[in-house]
Structure formats: C-alpha cells, structure tokens
Design a protein around this ligand. Structure first.
Ligand code: AMP
Ligand code: MG
Length: 418
C-alpha cells in the first residue's frame, strides 16, 4: 500500500538555541506538526467499540421516537383529576410495548398501559398500577395527579438531527447504546493506527527462552505492545533486534511498510552502540530531543521512509513514561483523535522530595487514604515500581520541595487510557 508522506522532512526540528526543551514546548511542537494519517471505513455500530469516529455521529431519529409510558399502569389526561377520590371508566383494550393502541382515549377515560408502550392519543399522564384500585371496568385512585407523571415525551432524551459525538471521538460501550437507540446503524471510522514496536539491544532475550547471565529479558516489547492495544491502536510486533545497523535498517524498512508509526526502545542516545539514533541521523530527518523530563534520556525522533519513528530510551520506566507523556498524544492525533493531555487530580502528597527546578518529573505513584504515595526508588530500571503503581505523579517544571500535604498532580493509568 502506498502512503502519502504525512510529514515534512524537518517536522521534528527543534527551534535553535534550546538546550533542554520543556515538556510543554515539546508537546506543542508535536501537536502542531502531526496530524491524522489513517484511512476510513464504514462499520456496523456493534463492531465499533474502541474505534474513532471519522465524522460526527448524528441522531437519525429522536429518542424516544414517540411519547411512551415509563411504568405499568393506566394512561389518562392528568389535568382532569384534582384533590379527592376519582372513579374513571376504563377503555377497552391496552397499549403495550410494540403493540400500540390504535384509537384515541375518550375524555374522562383511562387505558391500561405497560412499560415502554406508546402513550395513547388523548392522554398525557400515567398513574402507577400500585396507586389504583381496579374495579369492574373502572379504576379508583386519589387525586391530584401530576400532569405528565410516568410519561416520557418524544425526543426528551435526544432530538433527531442532534450531533451525538464529534469526529475524533473514541466509542465506549455506552456510546454504542446511544448510537443504536437513535437509529445509527453504521458509522464512519478511522482505521486503527498501526504501531510497530521494535526492541533493540544485544543483551535482550525472550522471556520464554533460557537466558545467560549477560542477557536480560525483553520487557519493553510486551509492555509497549500491550499499552498500544489499550490505547486503541493496532500493535505490530516487529520483534527484537541486535545492535547491528544492517539488521536494524531492514527492521525499520519492514516496519515502515507495515505501520503508520514506529516505536523503538534502546540505542537512542549518542553512544557507540546507539545505532538507532545513528541510523535516523543518516536519513537527515532526525532530531535528538533533549526534553527536560525525568525519567527519560534523549528521545530520537525521525522519519524512516516517511514513517515517524520514536526512538525511546531502553530503560523500561523511561520507555513507559516517554510513551505515555510524549508518544501517546501523538499517536492519538495520528489516529484521528483530539489532542488530549490527561489532567489527573490534585491530591496531597504522602512523601517528601526535593527536585531541581526547570525539569518535569514523573514518579510511580498510587493513592492510599486519599494521599499520593510514591515508589520508594526512583531507579529508572526498577520495573517493579511500574506494577506497584496505579499511575504517575507529575511534578511540575517549577516544583522544588514537596512535603507531606503538598498538593501534587496524580494521573492514573486509567486517565492515560491504560
Ligand atoms: P539503552 O537505551 O539501549 O542504552 O538501554 C538502557 C538500559 O535499558 C540498559 O540497561 C538496557 O539493558 C535496558 N533495556 C534496553 N532495552 C530493554 C528492553 N527491551 N527490556 C528491558 N530492558 C531494556
Ligand atoms: Mg542498548
């Protein structure tokens, strides 16, 4: 499949003169330079869970389409019955869900109705069956009635022609219900963003294999593939590659053919074995972004055959944080979604910490007793902390001294979409 080049060659260029780019500035640059890349397709609503709308969804008809009964009971004209006891003759017949009454209920009469039935012509109110005494051909009850009680007006929930969701909205289970209720049977969707994942490093082994002492198991690949899936994209496992330029080169080329964006981990700095940045550098499209973020070493960004590559750090904690903070919003844009940075919650810290001003920090965190706890170690290789945590705490660029009780921003994994 041929892809139009989605991006300009210099899309990752940083403004000159900046040494450590603040996170917000890095994000603003990414937001301004990236855009949707996926094709669209028409699908049945039932197949659209987790997918992104390519155009606004508009209600085909009102909900409910006709005034209807909210309870089992008797329909009548409410205004006629003031204080006191009333005996009202019943009309022959009934209105049930899917089986409407086909005549008009005469004045001063009532009709047996069931939940979900169309409200019969000539009535506007339903009295609950528990509130009446049924006699031969009559009902007796105490007034007054509240006009309109237990009856739903046509279109009181949604009007035909109303926009239900804007383009770019990702559909939830509730949304599939609303679309169906308003007669939308098919939706135009973005095809899922295809995200290739490559792990790099001579030291890596598969978790299911026997590994020697000088090897470590590849943790980033299963973690990142799973994160991509949770974020609603299509993960493509490109495997693990050694620190060899020709192998990596072939891997990137295959990934560029199969995917819309490539995430690699490892080999992204400027060391002897940092082949990922060396390769991207050769394309003339690379920018080594030094972002004022911890954890996270330089992030190598570039295009490989027109496909954006995120060269993430190898350390699992840094790889995860950079994915959530930097790659996630970009992948959303590419997938046709809106730009979105989760706000999280301001909660009191349960910890003490001093940090340098001018750098944003993310700590592995969780909420206990309404306060934010952080993982005792900040070591970027301590992958166990990612599982210990339920989210991240974001310490702002300016923050310096955090003491118990200081409000800090907590962003749960769920807020990120994990
Ligand atoms: P690098 O960015 O290649 O210098 O790697 C930084 C650190 O992360 C090294 O300790 C690597 O062994 C480790 N690392 C790199 N890739 C992975 C991976 N896929 N899974 C677990 N650890 C990794
Ligand atoms: Mg490496």
């Amino acid at each position: 499949m041929t892809k139009p080049p989605p991006l300009k060659n210099d899309c990752f260029a940083l403004p000159p003169g900046v040494h450590w780019t603040p996170v917000d500035e890095a994000l603003a640059l990414l937001q301004s330079r990236m855009s949707g890349v996926t094709e669209t397709e028409d699908l049945l609503v039932a197949e659209a869970l987790g997918r992104v709308l390519a155009e606004p969804a508009v209600a085909e008809r009102s909900h409910p389409p006709h005034a209807n009964c909210a309870v089992d009971g008797y329909a009548l004209k409410g205004a006629q019955y003031r204080d006191g006891v009333h005996r009202v003759p019943l009309c022959e017949g009934r209105s049930a869900a899917g089986q409407p009454f086909d005549r008009t209920v005469p004045d001063s009469h009532a009709l047996r109705v069931l939940t979900g039935a169309n409200l019969p012509e000539g009535t506007d109110t339903v009295i609950l069956q528990e509130d009446v005494h049924l006699e031969d051909g009559h009902i007796a009850f105490n007034g007054p009635l509240k006009i309109g009680a237990n009856a739903r007006k046509a279109g009181e929930d949604v009007q035909a022609g109303e926009t239900l969701f804007p383009a770019g909205h990702r559909l939830t289970p509730a949304d599939l219900g609303l679309l169906s209720a308003t007669g939308v049977g098919r939706v135009k969707l973005h095809k899922p963003l295809r995200v290739a994942v490559i792990s790099t490093g001579d030291e890596l082994a598969e978790a299911w294999a026997v590994a020697s002492d000088d090897q470590i198991y590849d943790a980033n690949r299963p973690m990142l593939l799973a994160a991509i899936k949770k974020l609603g994209h299509e993960p493509i496992d490109m495997g693990r590659m050694p620190d060899q330029r020709d192998v990596l080169k072939d891997g990137l080329t295959r990934a560029a053919q199969e995917a819309d964006v490539i995430l690699t981990s490892g080999g992204a700095s400027a060391g002897d074995e940092d082949h990922m940045s060396a390769l991207l550098n050769e394309t003339g499209t690379m920018a080594l972004w030094r972002i004022a973020i911890k954890p996270g070493r330089p992030l190598a960004l570039g295009l490989w055959e027109n496909t954006p590559v995120f060269g993430l750090p190898g350390n699992p904690v840094a790889a995860m944080v950079c994915t959530l903070i930097l790659a996630r919003p970009v992948m959303r844009l590419m997938a046709g979604q809106s730009w979105d940075i989760p706000e999280g919650l301001m909660l009191p810290a349960a910890f003490t910490k001093s940090k340098k001003a001018g750098r944003r920090e993310y700590l592995r965190a969780r909420i206990r007793h309404g306060q934010v706890e952080v993982f005792p170690s900040e070591g970027s290789g301590r992958i166990s902390g990612l599982s210990w945590a339920d989210g991240l705490v974001e310490l702002s660029d300016q923050a310096q001294d955090i003491a118990p009780g200081t409000p800090v921003r907590y962003i749960s994994y769920a807020d990120f979409g994990l």
